[in-house]
Design a protein around this ligand. Structure first.
Ligand code: FES
Length: 111
């Protein structure tokens, strides 16, 4: 089980959900109603599943592949700890992770 804490783009809303080991972060986010489109459904052909990992969680994740890095270069508002959530599998050794939704998405959703 991994506790995933989502932080909204404006930093005001937090939502904590428990995800089973082996879950894909994008699926967890979408099931929780977070505004990530994930248009290409994990094919690394969009970047609409872009999230920012907060705190030390980033270093505990498996490193991004080169293809993921390339796609992140195209993501709006990418930061040093940006990841594509469709590529993140929650391993049992990650007990919690904090994930921020990028501001650009927030605006695209008109919220
Ligand atoms: Fe398209 Fe992740 S869903 S790159």
């Amino acid at each position: 089980m991994t506790r995933v804490i989502f932080i909204s783009a404006n930093g005001e809303d937090r939502q904590a959900v428990d995800a089973p080991a082996g879950a894909v972060l994008l699926d967890v986010a979408q099931a929780a109603g977070q505004p990530l489109e994930g248009t290409c459904e994990g094919q690394m052909a969009c970047s609409t599943c872009h999230v920012i990992i907060e705190g030390d969680g980033f270093d505990r994740l498996a490193r991004a592949s080169e293809a993921e890095e390339d796609m992140l270069d195209l993501a709006a508002a990418a930061t040093r700890t940006s990841r594509l959530s469709c590529q993140i599998i929650l391993k049992p050794d990650i007990d919690s992770i904090t994930v921020r939704i990028p501001g650009e998405f927030y605006n695209m959703q008109g919220v």
